[in-house]
Design a protein around this ligand. Structure first.
Ligand code: FBP
Length: 553
């Protein structure tokens, strides 16, 4: 395969590790804290995780002696869910640590996500094979998938695969849902008396798998820098021609972390934050009116252009829409057979209108036909509505345009509203990882092996103090049950890792809220440019603004 110059040069990049794990694997010890508690629903979770609930937080230290470190092991690795820059470096981190501990150790990569484990589809990752993927984007080293391991048959098949391949430990690289699955697998193996350890690694561009100990999920840094470059380019175009409004939907699923970070980096005309919409119980019409107001104000100054950022999950946070979506989710789960027998989206929409509550039915029927159909598309295997496929940006353009027409009719608006829609998502998920993500992911993979070498299971690999240079980073492990609560999924209460949404009292949102009115009225665009991999520290090695503000830097 022909390789770009950047790809060739990136192979030689040496990712940085936290100081505690730079030496011999056998000399890394763990300091363990007090037993931990789940975020809520402790009693129910104690029952589900009877063997793995409440373990202590682990912190890695350079001083120690672990005679178990060099025991020969076979480790399996799975990439789960959506791509995120740095996945390959998690694997190279595991690989390098495992070979350093014992050159006879083996790393098996399960193909195509969790289904690879269930179906025993795997390859051995050799040094030569690994070298072709170091510091590159993508998950193509072994592929990814969204299969959820949930039925007793699937668990038994996963167990059989581990027995057949004499697997000592599994590393699941995934987001909140995939790591919930990792926790269930860890519990299952202990309950069966199998010595298979399970360690998770926090992945997702969405940035919603974070808490006090998991400061960021990997991939967020590169994705937001990629989107911010594109937004900046569009802003410059808009400011040059001064004739278009650009409505840009940004990936991120429910949480608005991506939209917020991109707003902090680029200072657009407007950015909607879903969590604020929910908090203020804003209706769709109110959101539309406030955007129309910004457009009208700018038109008064002759500025018929601007850039609006929209988080892809917005639709779920608008109270009347959120209610509607959760009713639809439940109805589709309960009547799945009947629903799948109805042919054609219009028929399905009619069937649904007849089943919805008197509150939600008119909301559903008031939506444009396309949006109705998009709300009915298949849920993902974890029961989530596929928000990336709902064209909220087009819906908003249509509704803002209608309101402006109305204002024009009554004489309160005299501008020109030419709007273009964009969706940035997939273009950010497989970029070459930024230096930050390359270092962070390599460290997470390396730490995952150290947790294995120290006999832990049911943990998420963690690297903290990541807004500081890598020389300050702290490696460790966080018990998965600590991040859990019970939520309604597919019409039932299920244990899940709680998604971290944007905190309206947090420093990133507060900063944005303080400046947005100025950005709306006076064009304040910032053009971040492309990710830089080589050059001065200020442009190559800076963490996100979100991380810096959260850590008070
Ligand atoms: P993960 O949560 O699996 O990391 O996925 C992230 C994401 O990119 C979301 O932002 C987006 O809504 C979704 O994946 C799209 O899924 P798909 O790749 O299946 O279209």
């Amino acid at each position: 395969m022909k390789q770009s110059q950047l790809q060739k040069i990136r192979y030689t990049y040496e990712p940085k590790l936290p100081p505690a794990i730079r030496g011999d694997i056998a000399s890394i010890s763990l300091s363990l804290g007090e037993p931990t508690q789940a975020l809520s629903d402790q009693e129910a979770l104690k029952k589900t995780f009877a063997h793995t609930y409440g373990k202590p937080i682990a912190t890695m230290q350079a001083s120690g002696n672990n005679p178990q470190a060099s025991v020969q092991r076979t480790v399996g690795v799975i990439l789960s869910g959506g791509q995120a820059p740095g996945g390959h470096n998690v694997i190279s981190g595991i690989f390098d640590a495992l070979k350093k501990a014992n050159p006879q150790n083996k790393l098996l990569g399960f193909l195509g996500g969790p289904s690879g484990l269930v179906e025993d589809q795997k390859i051995e990752i050799t040094a030569e094979y690994m070298n072709d993927f170091r510091n590159t984007g993508g998950f193509d080293i072994i592929g990814s998938g969204r299969t959820k391991i949930e039925t007793p048959e699937q668990f038994a098949a996963a167990r059989k695969t581990c027995q057949t391949n004499k697997i000592d430990a599994l590393v699941v690289i995934g987001g909140d849902d995939s790591n919930t699955n990792a926790a269930l697998l860890a519990e299952y193996f202990v309950a069966q008396g199998d010595p298979v350890q399970v360690i998770g690694v926090p992945k997702t561009i969405d940035g919603d798998l974070k808490n006090e100990y998991i400061e960021a999920s990997f991939g967020f840094d590169t994705a937001v820098k990629t989107y911010s470059e594109l937004i900046g380019n569009i802003q410059r175009d808009a400011n040059s021609a001064k004739k278009y409004w650009h409505f840009i939907k940004l990936m991120g699923r429910s949480a608005s972390h991506i939209a917020l970070e991109c707003a902090l980096q680029t200072r657009p005309t407007a950015c909607i934050i879903s969590e604020e919409v929910a908090e203020k119980k804003q209706t769709l019409q109110q959101i539309v009116s406030s955007l129309a107001e910004i457009v009208a104000k700018r038109a008064e100054g002759g500025e018929n252009f601007g850039v609006v950022l929209i988080p892809e999950g917005l639709i779920e946070f608008i109270p009347e829409m959120g209610r509607l979506i959760s009713e639809v989710n439940d109805l589709l789960a309960i009547h799945s057979t009947e629903f799948s027998g109805i042919s054609g989206p219009d028929e399905q929409a009619r069937w649904l209108s007849g089943k919805l509550s008197t509150e939600s039915a008119p909301v559903f029927t008031s939506l444009p036909r396309d949006i109705q159909h998009q709300l009915l598309m298949d849920r993902d295997p974890h029961g989530n509505v596929q928000v990336s496929r709902i064209e909220t940006e087009k819906l908003l353009i249509q509704m803002v345009s209608e309101e402006l027409n109305e204002r024009a009719r009554t004489g309160s608006y005299q501008g020109i509203f030419n709007a273009l829609n964009h969706f940035f998502g997939y273009e950010g998920r497989c970029a070459f990882p930024s230096n930050f993500d390359a270092d962070y992911t390599y460290s997470l993979g390396y730490s995952a092996f150290v947790l294995i070498a120290n006999g832990l299971t049911g943990y998420l690999s963690s690297v903290r103090k990541i807004a500081q240079p890598a020389s300050e980073w702290v490696a460790g492990g966080i018990p998965l049950t600590m991040m859990m609560n019970m939520e309604q999924r597919h019409g039932e209460k299920k244990p899940v890792i709680k998604k971290a949404l944007v905190e309206l009292e947090g420093a990133p949102f507060t900063y944005f809220a303080r400046h947005r009115d100025e950005w709306a009225t006076r064009t304040s665009f910032v053009y971040p440019g492309a990710i830089q991999y080589y050059g001065p520290d200020e442009i190559c090695n800076q963490p996100t603004i979100t991380l810096r503000l959260e850590q008070g830097l």
